[in-house]
Design a protein around this ligand. Sequence first.
Ligand code: SAM
Ligand code: SF4
Ligand code: F3S
Length: 462
Amino acid sequence: MFHVALFSMNYFIKTFGCQMNVSDSERIAAFLEEHNFSSSDNIKEADLVIFNTCGIKQTAENRAYSMINNLRKEKKRNVQIIMTGCLANRADVQKRMKSKVDLFFPVKDIKEFENWIIENYLEIGNWKLEIAAPNKITNKENIAYLSINPKYSSNYAAYVPIMTGCNNFCAYCVVPNARGREVSRPAEEIISEIKDLIAKGYKSITLLGQNVNSYKSPTTINYQLSTKNAQKEINFATLLKKINSIPGKFWINFVSSHPKNMDDKLIETVVKSKKVCEWIHLPVQAGDDDILRKMNRRYTQKHYLEQIKKIRAAFKKYKPQHQFSISSDIIVGFPGETKKQFLESAAVMKKSKFDMVFFGQYSPRPETVAWKMKDNVSQKEKVWRENFLNEILKKTAFTNNKKYLNKTLEVLIEKEKGGFYFGKTRTQKNVKLQAKKKGLVGKFTKVLIKKAHAWNLEGEID
Ligand code: SAM
Ligand code: SF4
Ligand code: F3S
């Protein structure tokens, strides 16, 4: 039996990468606070610094190395440095950083982290730990850490992970190695987390997973919509329906979807569910069929464009009074991508009329299939290609945004700065408006749109 004594150890978490890492950090924070650590806003004052890393591109890796190196150079104080996240279990990273980092742990091995804390802090001075409820984190599966109640960073918008890992092995991508195989979280647990959030007044729920549309609940629960109360598997469309039926006013979003798993049933569910927002993020990655094949994406340009057509038609049919938006991810300069092949990405962009695209200049990643391919598109050419595509995006986004002019939309206000509010529409459009009324952060507000630009809208409270 451990007993709790007074101790004041501070932790600081530096998060790199995507929303999944942000969400993981919220669970690590809660875990540390359960173990009597307190959060510090200042890395310089923390006793324990956790780097939650990202390995998607070399630039993301380098940022983590440089921060860790700088922190280690501060010789005066005794800081423990932990590396978790998507770089933590790579052998080359561990070799490179072993003299700087006290512990490497992939987030799914949070039990190992707990053992390390016990070993390191129980021995020292008067520090004693309160050990977390043992049944909470003893499950050895990858998914167990998701059962920790997170310390959400916002009090009105929450990320809710529904799965982790990935089975797709796109040739360029570290995620399947970094996060392991795809594992879905039980539907009951997801629904219970969301019900709690809504009861606390949360307005926006974003479901997270590398490939949310291949979600499959690991348990079968009583599926009330079916006849005779049969036990049925919960897929992503069913999960969305169940979340949509939770009482209360809130928005539901989800990222990311894979085009090969975007079936008609799911499109129909998205457009028919009132709380699900009118935004679909569908990463295409490339337009050329040969490049898509080399990337191991398992769809063609034709298939992708058909999906876009179906999504547009469904929104127009079921939500004719709403605007909708479609965004994507595109990699420029994948090994061997010729100019002609690159122009197919431009063609897809023109046809899809995206509202937003996140561009990635191809970065070779260790332990991926493409690592062995020659990275033969120059850096200069990658920059040129990204700029070229960005010009197309600017035009399609501006054309789409002009449709919002003189319309009144619901905006969730996210922050106030310099006399202005900044918020988002249900379609993920950034909106700026004068902060004439106080106290609207975290609230739904009706806004009349007066100006449209490519990257944002401007309006006034209606
Ligand atoms: N699971 C999502 C999907 O299938 O689209 C995306 C996951 S990944 C975390 C986010 C984005 O990073 C990808 O969509 C891709 O565009 C980009 N990315 C991944 N690996 C990359 C690499 N080696 N170089 C450049 N961009 C990369
Ligand atoms: Fe990476 Fe592909 Fe999995 Fe997305 S689907 S995480 S790009 S391997
Ligand atoms: Fe990076 Fe891992 Fe996300 S590699 S983008 S933090 S899943």
